[in-house]
Design a protein around this ligand. Structure first.
Ligand code: HEM
Length: 147
């Protein structure tokens, strides 16, 4: 066998291997599918809501819906079935005026959650790359880059 070129999730999160049957299982399958993603998203939002910097964004949000959308989106990012029917990330986030710093905190909570759950390093790398690729959709385009 030769080195696998592991860059399944390249940009935007919607890239999926052709059918997953032959060579490698998807990240989604490797971490245990729907149940694992649901558990991860549950823990992720527990962390987000416990973060005083972030909780206010969600004060008027239906968290049940929110978790459901995030489960479906993370499923796609991990190469699972695409049933995401929510709004695009820019549409959902641009009105919220999110600065870079808050984006970084949310990203860290997600990566910390997945790390704690024992998600393998190559999957974490791909999630990290996806976070980088969606940053501009989530962070307010009015906020200055860097600081
Ligand atoms: C890091 C990447 C992020 C991803 C993948 C993500 C994903 C999502 C998804 C899938 C939705 C549901 C969209 C819909 O309802 O149609 C959503 C909504 C929302 N997100 Fe994010 N999000 C991210 C970052 C953030 C950050 C950094 C914040 C705040 C600091 C945030 C706050 C919210 C809020 C408040 C909503 C609800 C908006 C509304 O219902 O009007 N998100 N997000």
């Amino acid at each position: 066998m030769t080195e696998p070129e592991d860059s399944a999730v390249s940009s935007g999160g919607a890239s999926t291997p052709s059918n997953g049957s032959a060579a490698r299982p998807s990240h989604y399958a490797r971490i245990g599918g729907a149940e694992s993603v649901k558990a991860a998203v549950g823990l992720f939002y527990d962390r987000v809501l416990a973060d005083a910097e972030l909780a206010p964004y969600f004060s008027a949000i239906n968290m049940e819906e929110q978790r459901r959308h995030m489960v479906l989106m993370l499923t796609v990012v991990l190469g699972g079935p695409n049933n995401y029917a929510g709004r695009g990330l820019a549409e959902a986030h641009q009105p919220l005026d999110i600065p870079d710093e808050h984006f970084a905190r949310v990203g860290a909570h997600l990566l910390d959650t997945l790390t704690e759950l024992g998600v393998p390093a190559d999957i974490l790398d791909d999630v990290r790359a996806t976070l980088v690729s969606v940053r501009d959709q989530v962070v307010s385009s009015g906020s200055s880059a860097g600081v």
